[in-house]
Design a protein around this ligand. Structure first.
Ligand SMILES: C[S@@+](CC[C@H](N)C(=O)[O-])C[C@H]1O[C@@H](n2cnc3c(N)ncnc32)[C@H](O)[C@@H]1O
Length: 378
């Protein structure tokens, strides 16, 4: 039996299928959902059920604010064409690796090239003071690494900076960014945290960059058959500028914008963004470009967002939004107001999240409800 969009939406919110059985487990999902740690990542099981319930085989699914590509990857895994766009180069690289899923053999060749570059250039970075000695948020960048590891990291960073990434290079960069910091031996850093690069502690131990990337690749490709995935597309840039070649071709926009009042992801992810090529000035520029900061001044930026969605969608195309409700902002109210000119509101629902684990991240408490807004293009 096939249900209407509205009935499907109501069932989804009543059942919250991602909270049932194995889907509720912390590690549920395809291993590539864990390709690279990222603040703000959506639970893969939510993406899984949104794609399954609201799109069909072969549909084009766009996430204009895709982070590390959770929704586009789920789309590709389920035989849809997943397109992901993000303004952050780090997020773009990880998404590209996931949705363009290069074969392991060709990725190994890309690792070889990077290794040769590091060997040829690492000594150029062994200078006093070490580069970026005055830059960092939780700690200064060189404090995180043994000096010899750090010189290899700087060479690898230079290799990727401004490079037009192939899918293979995107995969290598994604693995490199993942192993950059953490609290276990897989990480290149001293003891820190895999998500937030808290000020490091413990001994300075040399870690070989290429060896650590290879280990992460081995884990990521274990039991994976990349050719079984549908191929999608990754885009890097402001959502306003998504290429108009996609106009009128999208069946569904499924996305999770930054929650109003939440932390700025580009500060939480600062060390990986630095490694992906950001300079100090980029963090300041982000305050004018990224939604996390823009929406603090005015939610009117969502008029542009819905204009973009409408332009990209086919007639009667769907928009499904995963939002956060805090004491300061009822995001679904704010967005609904700004969507009405171009979209019918089909259904709206919420999930109380006050009981959820907080992982020690202080502003999670501010969001007490996750909201779902289901829209159809007029
Ligand atoms: C909540 S996160 C999305 C997380 C994603 N669903 C995932 O699973 O990784 C919101 C994303 O919006 C991106 N973003 C913020 N402003 C943007 C803009 N103006 N254009 C494109 N992306 C933007 C941020 O970089 C961030 O990755």
């Amino acid at each position: 039996m096939s249900y209407s969009f509205e009935e499907n939406a109501r069932l989804f919110v009543e059942e919250l299928p991602y909270r049932q059985g194995e889907y509720a487990g912390r590690n549920w999902g395809h291993p590539w959902h864990s390709l690279c740690s990222y603040h703000g990542k959506l639970k893969p099981a939510i993406a899984h059920f949104l794609v399954q319930a609201f799109t069909g085989e072969g549909d084009v699914v766009l996430d204009p604010l895709c982070g590390v590509g959770t929704i586009p990857l789920e789309a590709c895994l389920q035989g849809r064409v997943g397109i992901g766009n993000d303004l952050s180069r780090m997020a773009y690289a990880v998404t590209k690796a996931k949705v363009e899923h290069p074969e392991r053999e060709s990725v190994d060749a890309a690792v070889e090239n990077l290794g040769a570059y590091i060997e040829a250039h690492k000594r150029e970075y062994c200078v006093t003071p070490l580069p970026y000695s005055d830059f960092g948020f939780n700690g200064k960048v060189p404090e995180y690494f043994h000096p010899d590891t750090y010189c290899e990291i700087l060479a690898a960073r230079e290799y990727f900076k401004n490079r037009e990434l192939t899918p293979e290079e995107a995969m290598v960069l994604a693995c490199f960014l993942h192993v950059l910091h953490g609290n276990r031996p897989y990480a290149l850093s001293r003891n820190s945290h895999p998500l937030t690069p808290y000020k490091p502690t413990g001994e300075f131990v040399y870690k070989n960059v290429i060896g650590h990337i290879r280990n992460k690749l081995d884990l990521s490709y274990r039991k994976i058959e990349p050719d079984k995935l549908h191929t999608g597309k990754a885009l890097c840039g402001d959502f306003h500028k998504i290429d108009s070649c996609f106009a009128g071709s999208v069946d569904a926009v499924i996305t999770s914008p930054p929650f109003a009042g939440s932390m700025k992801f580009y500060i939480q992810n600062w060390l990986r963004l630095w490694c992906a090529g950001w300079e100090e000035t980029d963090y300041k520029q982000a305050d004018t470009d990224f939604l996390e900061a823009k929406q603090k001044k005015s939610m009117d930026v969502y008029y542009d967002f819905f204009a973009l969605c409408s332009k990209m969608l086919k007639p009667h195309g769907k928009v499904i939004l995963h939002l956060g409700h805090s004491r300061e902002c009822n995001m679904a109210d704010e967005l609904e107001q700004r969507a009405r000119e171009r979209f019918h509101v089909v259904y709206r629902g919420a999930e109380n999240v006050e009981h959820m684990e907080k992982h020690g991240i202080k502003d999670k408490g501010a969001t007490f409800e996750h909201q779902y807004l289901f829209l159809e293009k007029r």
